[in-house]
Design a protein around this ligand. Structure first.
Ligand SMILES: [Zn+2]
Length: 157
């Protein structure tokens, strides 16, 4: 398992090398208790082909004391408490995912509004152009009519 860190980047990639959306998981090892990471969705399915994509979500815990305390707390929870605890963790993650999605949609909507503003300005320019053209042809038409009337007048004479 390679351990390319994502700490320097704001957003980790969304897909693994297989082209599948990455799975969010929580490590509960001695070295990395309660540390979230992304890896291949298939890595937990025995027999399924999977890739080595792996990205830490959280930074390393600052010292061994926190690590040992977290692990100890986790291990002292009974099964029911542990399920509840993990449920809360995943609820927090779902919230983060929703927040991320919201940000994406908001950006998309803002971009769309901007594009519509540009389109509106473009259409306004087009309308003005057409108005100018129309007034030119109207004047031209009036001139022709006047000329015809004058011509008619002289010919009749
Ligand atoms: Zn994969």
């Amino acid at each position: 398992m390679s351990t390319s860190s994502i700490n320097s980047r704001r957003r980790p990639p969304t897909h693994c090398q297989c082209g599948k959306p990455l799975a969010r998981r929580v490590a509960w090892t001695n070295i990395n208790p309660c540390r979230r990471f992304f890896n291949c969705r298939n890595s937990t399915n025995p027999g399924m082909p999977h890739c080595n994509s792996f990205y830490w979500i959280d930074p390393d815990l600052p010292n061994e004391w926190y690590k040992s305390q977290l692990l100890e707390l986790y291990l002292t929870l009974n099964q029911e408490q542990r399920v509840h605890f993990l449920g809360q963790l995943s609820a927090q993650e779902r919230l983060e995912i929703l927040q991320d999605e919201f940000d994406v949609y908001q950006n998309e909507i803002e971009t769309e509004i901007e594009a519509m503003g540009n389109k509106k300005a473009e259409l306004e320019r087009e309308i003005n152009k057409l108005k100018k053209k129309t007034s030119f042809w109207r004047k031209f038409g009036i001139c022709v009519v006047v000329l015809l009337v004058l011509l008619n007048f002289y010919v009749m004479k």
